[in-house]
Ligand binder design. Structure first.
Ligand SMILES: Nc1ncnc2c1ncn2[C@@H]1O[C@H](COP(=O)(O)OP(=O)(O)OP(=O)(O)O)[C@@H](O)[C@H]1O
Length: 680
């Protein structure tokens, strides 16, 4: 025997393996007893409202046309009456069997002919008798109706008779009424169409299997209707992932002969990587129109619950959790960032315990409606507004530190997880209520030459530590690059919403590293057409496309007024909303850079910070008295001026190197601040 042969690892005789019957039964997936729309109150109301609207429209449509229908019925009734009388006469004369008798006569089949004629005679006899017997009844009925019946009965019988005759008198090609609604004919999605389309998207494994007549893909369930579209559950060939298909969405749409906005390949989070849910909508997502916000008419909301955000392509509502999270929103200009920020801010505003800090550094007043409920508020692109936002981040940092210390002191039974809960938030004396801070167009803060760096560091600090402490940051930017969005922020944020962006770098800055590679590509959205559509990541197990709800100015205003009434009732209005002076961070109210430039002559290229401190103290003792070199270092930091080792001579004549600045850096910072504020 040759021992060097291959060793078989598979057993030849089948043995039982894998989970037993009970385990398999236990692991089997239970399908929903009730359909989704019956379980979700919002979806049910939505469907019921649609049905009521549909029926109402149909009734109104026909009611308006009823005089026309009446005229048509009257006009057609003589023809209808003639048809009825003619029909009765043909019945009495047994005209329907005439063709049979003709056929028997032509075939010279005497026996058959005689049989049919005898039958006809018999029929005509009894049918004639019936007709003659009914005539007096009809006559009596007519006389009663003309002379004996009440006017109402006469009119009712006349109406029924005219309708009956009018309907029977209608030409076959001209129905009485036109249709109130015309259903758009959407082609049913069939497995054949899906197989052909999948074979055309350029994935070798699928194409070659289909070419050989094999199944390139396997349908794990029949194609069904789901929401306003069709759903196919598919197992892709071994080695092909849902990401591979998502990458080729445009080709798939071409293969299915549908607009791009109708075709949504998605992974099934409960299954393996090769399980594809292909949802093909009846209508392009961008043509869905304005999505109504679920809380648009709500009296109040609990921010510890998720905030409704919009709809996914399948028409399912999508929401965002705010507590324990931070949100980053990004896109090109005009794609719907501010609109999505407004939805989140309104959701938080409807909970009167939430303290709102709103900063809109675009200066267009998009969040002005909510100023009346904000603790801190600014709208503007000027240096002062940017400084206000940067000050807020500094204050938030301090607030986070205060909260961390406060939560540490709480008894374990009240706060077992060391994080804010509804119960803790409601104990107003603890001052640990949720705080939502929005920074719209935050690139104008983070890229600012004077305040940007410090603001970025503060934001990163707040993002990392504020989550458990009830401090929620919502950042929106139209310039997601390293300078405008510090990587410490983009790397640590938990919920991301990316509307259309131009390229992979911006996509991954907002949606996280490798998002583009994994097929989550906000570059696929079209400029303007897809405004409001974006990828939402972090709010559900998998990134989902969401069309956000849209709140226009009057809607936002109405919500703000409701939020104001709630806060007045709960006594939680504070800060800006009460017209109080804004808190500002302790900082110089003088021009530090100009003062340093004044005490460091142009001839002195490099200077120690301790020397600057001494000279500043001499220049303005009321401000700089007691300053050391370190004070100069930290005061210059927000202006982007770094300290470095500077060689020099001490007052005793000894040569040494100490911390100092290069004067050119100072003049550059002054020039940038005065001439080019660094705002997009
Ligand atoms: N969810 C939505 N549904 C429908 N239309 C929307 C939606 N979101 C935004 N839009 C449309 O896009 C326009 C621009 O929205 P928005 O001002 O929010 O964009 P933006 O990204 O904040 O712009 P910018 O970068 O210039 O500030 C809106 O005026 C609206 O017409």
């Amino acid at each position: 025997m040759d021992d060097s042969g291959p060793v078989l690892v598979d057993r030849l005789a089948p043995v039982s393996s894998g989970p037993g019957l009970l385990d398999r039964v236990r692991d089997s997936k239970r399908l929903d007893v009730l359909p989704g729309w019956l379980k979700s109150r919002a979806e049910f109301t939505d469907a019921a409202a649609w049905l009521a609207g549909h029926v109402g429209h149909t009734v109104a449509f026909h009611a308006v046309r009823s005089p026309l229908y009446a005229a048509k019925l009257i006009g057609r009734s003589p023809a209808g009456a003639a048809r009825i009388i003619g029909g009765r006469m043909r019945w009495v004369a047994d005209i329907e069997s005439e063709p049979l008798r003709q056929a028997a006569a032509s075939a010279e089949n005497a026996e058959e002919y005689l049989k049919l004629t005898r039958q006809r005679d018999r029929r005509v006899r009894w049918r004639g008798a019936v007709a003659v017997a009914t005539l007096p009844v009809l006559l009596a009925l007519t006389l009663y109706l003309v002379y004996g019946a009440s006017l109402w009965l006469q009119l009712a019988v006349l109406a029924v008779t005219v309708c009956w005759c009018g309907i029977l008198g209608a030409p076959a090609d001209k129905p009485l009424s036109s249709r109130a609604v015309i259903k758009p004919e959407v082609q049913k999605l069939t497995s054949d169409m899906v197989v052909k389309a999948m074979a055309s998207i350029g994935i070798g494994q699928i194409a070659s299997a289909v070419a050989k007549g094999l199944d390139g893909i396997k349908f794990v369930a029949p194609i069904t209707r789901e929401g306003p579209g069709w759903r196919a559950d598919i197992d892709l060939p071994l080695g092909v992932t849902v990401g591979d298909v998502a990458d080729r969405r445009a080709r798939l749409a071409s293969g299915l002969r549908r607009p791009l906005g109708c075709v949504w390949p998605e992974a099934d989070p409960a299954e393996h990587e090769g399980r594809l849910i292909l949802w093909v909508g009846d209508r392009d997502l961008s043509k869905t129109g304005i999505v109504k916000w679920q809380l648009a008419n709500a009296r109040r909301h609990d921010v510890f619950k998720r905030v409704p955000f919009g709809l996914d392509p399948r028409g399912r509502s999508q929401s965002v959790p705010l507590i324990q999270h931070n949100v980053l929103i990004g896109s090109q200009p005009g794609q719907g960032k501010t609109a999505s920020v407004r939805v989140l801010a309104c959701g938080a505003a409807l909970d009167p315990s939430v303290e709102l800090w709103l900063h809109e550094n675009k200066g267009t007043g998009d969040l002005d409606a909510l100023a009346c409920v904000s603790h801190r508020f600014v709208s503007g692109i000027d240096d002062e507004s940017v400084k206000y936002a940067a000050d807020s981040l500094k204050l938030l940092r301090e607030e986070v530190m205060r909260r961390a210390a406060a939560i540490k002191k709480l008894p374990r039974d009240l706060c077992p997880d060391k994080r804010i809960t509804r119960e803790i938030a409601d104990k107003r004396s603890l001052k640990l209520w949720p705080l939502l801070a929005v920074f719209d167009e935050c690139q104008n803060v983070f890229a600012h030459s004077a305040y940007g760096k410090q603001a970025g560091e503060d934001a990163e600090f707040v993002i990392k530590l504020g989550r458990a402490l009830g401090v929620i940051l919502v950042l929106a930017t139209q310039r997601p690059d390293k300078d405008s969005l510090p990587t410490g922020i983009s790397g640590n944020v938990s919920i991301r919403f990316c509307l259309r962006v131009a390229g992979q770098v911006e996509n991954d800055m907002i949606l996280g590293t490798s998002a583009y590679k994994n097929g989550v590509r906000a570059t696929a959205f079209r400029p303007e057409i897809d405004a409001g559509n974006g990828y939402l990541a972090g709010a559900a197990p998998l990134p989902t496309v969401v069309r956000t709800a849209y709140l226009d100015d009057p809607a936002t205003n109405a919500i703000a007024q409701r939020a104001l009434a709630l806060r007045k009732g709960a006594g939680t209005l504070s800060g800006f909303a009460l017209g109080e002076e804004s808190e500002t961070t302790a900082g110089p109210s003088y021009d530090l850079l100009a003062d340093i430039a004044a005490v460091v002559p142009a001839s002195e290229e490099r200077v120690w910070n301790e020397r600057i401190a001494a000279r500043l103290a001499e220049l303005r003792p009321d401000v700089y008295a007691g300053w050391k070199g370190e004070n100069v270092t930290s005061a210059l930091k927000p202006h982007g001026i770094k300290t470095t080792g500077v060689a020099g001579t001490t007052d005793d004549g000894a040569r040494t190197t100490r911390r100092g600045i290069v004067r050119a850096d100072l003049t550059k910072a002054i020039a940038e601040r005065d001439g080019n504020p660094g705002i997009a």
